[in-house]
Design a protein around this ligand. Structure first.
Ligand code: PG9
Length: 614
């Protein structure tokens, strides 16, 4: 297939890969003479005979036995010994670990097949998967690495975070600590490939090409110099992906198309449903602005916390980070163009949270963590410890959206002449871009990483984006916990999307509209994720739009802005707005304009539920 540029790039989220394989661990502030690690590449056999390509980096000149930190990903392993240590590993390197990196099945020299989806079949206990591969790898390492102390930790971001967490389903006795960071847990519900069943078009297509078209690279699809917005619009209905470009060659894309609803395929992929407690100490890490896996870490934390009988250490850390920024970013003192009050959140995480966690559980040194949830609250720009998530003091308050375009904590009242709703026309031929155009592909080099923090004023002229805004706040408003929106809304179509954004309008930054939370809900799944149903035309129905976990202070003088729209392109595929059994098989004719109404009456209110702290 001629899909890719010839130059391979590191995959987003493959933090260890991008640091080790492409940067060569060069860092001005950590230079030292001579090699830092001894390098060994081995093929480790799994229980079914398949061998996985693995690199073992042992610190030079270390005489004691050391714990192993294992990272398993599809993104490649280093081809030589690093000569210097990058800032993001200095804290761990200082404590001393043997770093082991492995390619998962079917990637680079690892044998077998890479399916993208991690399917764990609870009814097939003898099947091989990422949980058994982690087990077999650890078994081999503790018996074949003479420098090993016999204790193993697993860690990683995104895919590698997922493989670390998957090891908890079937943990090897030597596995003593796990830190999953931005791990995917349910790819239909809310991680990389869908949000509540709405396809994350650009990510799903571009990731499938990058990781499945050639097992030996992470090579992106070749869009040429084009704005990908235009490319995806000209693509037309999604059946054209295979008929024009992929020709059925990528099994993951074929799976996506064959499984539009939340069926057995996606439920098996949602491995977190099988996780019940963890006897292995666990450090979960989430970014509040994670553009890929915002949901996984919270779900893993909740799932383990729900099983109190198993007890154990289950910690949650969240901060002002895009996907993997806590690892990738030397400092973490900015989110896009927004500064974070002088805090170096990524460095602080690595030095004060991650390194002490592994130090205690793998080296037996330092103190056992005495906290449950640590969160960097934006707005106040301060770290907070909470005993539980959401914090018990948080109280739900409704921020009502009024038909005059205002937003307030006062419910709507009925009075003569007041409008019941506001409306706009949603046109799939002119979808609302999800960020300012031109839109570069996902992955390094473009604006993909921090688009979720980008200024939303670029939408001010669009008539198909509704805005609701408060006056300047006379005191700070802090929300900590789970945010959601409930709309009373109708469409003239029989299927439709509503996107809700909660935005901080910042006077000190000239009115920058900083999104704090954003989400889409696809109407066909309002009643059931398993069985989509058509919407009744022009009849207001309740749309629940979950907006995720957040910790943010809207400062005095700031205003809270809510935006509502029905397309978010090409982040999310276009809803035809006419109900069809499978959107991936919709034809051009199925895509129709629809009139959308958002109601604001006492009987049909629309609001955002904010978990307010006292
Ligand atoms: N977000 C990527 C991913 C994780 C899990 C499954 C598929 C993709 C990643 O950055 O690794």
């Amino acid at each position: 297939m001629t899909l890719m540029r010839s130059r391979p790039v590191a995959a987003v989220g493959s933090v260890v890969l991008s640091v080790i394989a492409t940067a060569g661990w060069a860092s001005p502030d950590s230079r030292r003479a001579g090699p830092v690690f001894d390098y060994r590449e081995v093929m480790i056999p799994m229980r079914d005979g398949i061998q996985l390509q693995t690199v073992i980096l042992t610190p030079v000149g270390h005489n004691d036995s050391l714990p192993i930190l294992l990272n398993r990903s599809p993104y490649g392993v280093p081809s030589r010994a690093p000569e210097t240590v990058p800032p993001n590993l200095t804290a761990l390197v200082h404590d001393g670990y043997i770093f082991v990196m492995q390619n998962v099945r079917g990637r680079f020299k690892s044998q077998g097949n890479f399916a993208v989806s991690t399917s764990i079949d609870p009814n097939a206990p003898d099947a091989v998967n990422d949980a058994t591969d982690a087990y077999d790898t650890i078994e081999w390492l503790v018996h074949h690495v003479p420098e090993s102390s016999g204790k193993v930790g697993m860690y990683g971001v995104s895919y590698a975070g997922m493989t670390a967490a998957l090891a908890l389903l079937h943990p090897h006795p030597a596995l003593k600590a796990v830190s999953e960071q931005g791990a995917a847990a349910d790819e239909w519900m809310n991680d990389d490939f869908h949000h509540y069943g709405a396809l994350r078009l650009s990510y799903a297509f571009e990731y499938a090409v990058r990781e499945q078209a050639d097992r030996n690279t992470n090579a992106p699809f070749d869009f040429g110099a084009r704005d990908t917005y235009d490319w995806y619009l000209q693509l037309g209905p999604l059946s054209n992906v295979n008929s024009r470009y992929l020709h059925g060659a990528l099994s993951f894309w074929n799976d996506v198309v064959a499984h539009p609803d939340y069926d057995a395929y996606w439920k098996k992929d949602a491995w977190v449903r099988q996780l019940h407690g963890s006897a292995v100490p666990l450090l979960n890490v989430a970014g509040y602005w994670d553009q890929e896996d915002p949901w996984g870490p919270w779900e893993i934390y909740r799932q383990v916390a729900a099983d109190r009988a198993r007890g154990g250490t289950n910690l949650m850390v969240a901060g002002p980070w895009t996907h993997g920024a806590w690892e990738r970013d030397p400092k973490g003192n900015k989110l896009g163009s927004i500064t974070l009050g002088g805090s170096e959140t990524s460095r602080e995480f690595r030095e004060r949270i991650e390194a002490p966690f592994f130090r205690y559980f793998l080296h037996g040194q330092g103190d056992r963590p005495q906290w449950t949830v640590k969160s960097f609250q934006t707005g106040s720009n301060t770290w907070h410890d909470y005993d539980a998530w959401p914090p018990l003091q948080a109280r739900a308050a409704k921020l009502y959206l009024h038909a005059d375009g205002s937003a307030s904590f006062d419910p709507p009242t009925e009075h003569a002449g007041s409008a019941a709703f506001r409306e706009y026309v949603s046109d799939p031929a002119h979808p609302v871009p999800y960020r300012e155009r031109p839109i570069s592909p996902i992955g390094p080099g473009g604006a993909w990483a921090d688009w979720q923090a980008s200024d939303q004023r670029f939408l001010q002229q669009r008539e198909d984006v509704l805005t609701y805004i408060t006056g300047p706040l006379d005191h700070p408003v802090t929300l900590t916990g789970n945010v959601s929106a409930e709309l009373s809304a109708s469409t003239s179509g029989t299927d439709s999307d509503f996107v809700v954004k909660l935005i901080d309008v910042m006077p000190e930054q000239g009115g920058y509209e900083w999104p704090v939370a954003m989400e889409v809900r696809r109407g066909r799944y309002n009643a059931s994720f398993e069985r989509p149903t058509p919407l009744p035309r022009n009849r207001p129905t309740q749309w629940v739009v979950p907006l995720g976990d957040h910790d943010h202070l809207f400062g005095a003088g700031h205003r809270i802005l809510v935006q509502i729209q029905s397309t978010w392109f090409p982040l999310i595929d276009r809803n035809p707005q006419k109900f069809v059994p499978n959107i991936y098989r919709a034809s051009d004719r199925d895509f129709v304009k629809a009139t959308q109404r958002v109601y604001s009456t006492p009987r049909l209110p629309s609001y955002v539920v904010l978990p307010l702290m006292p």
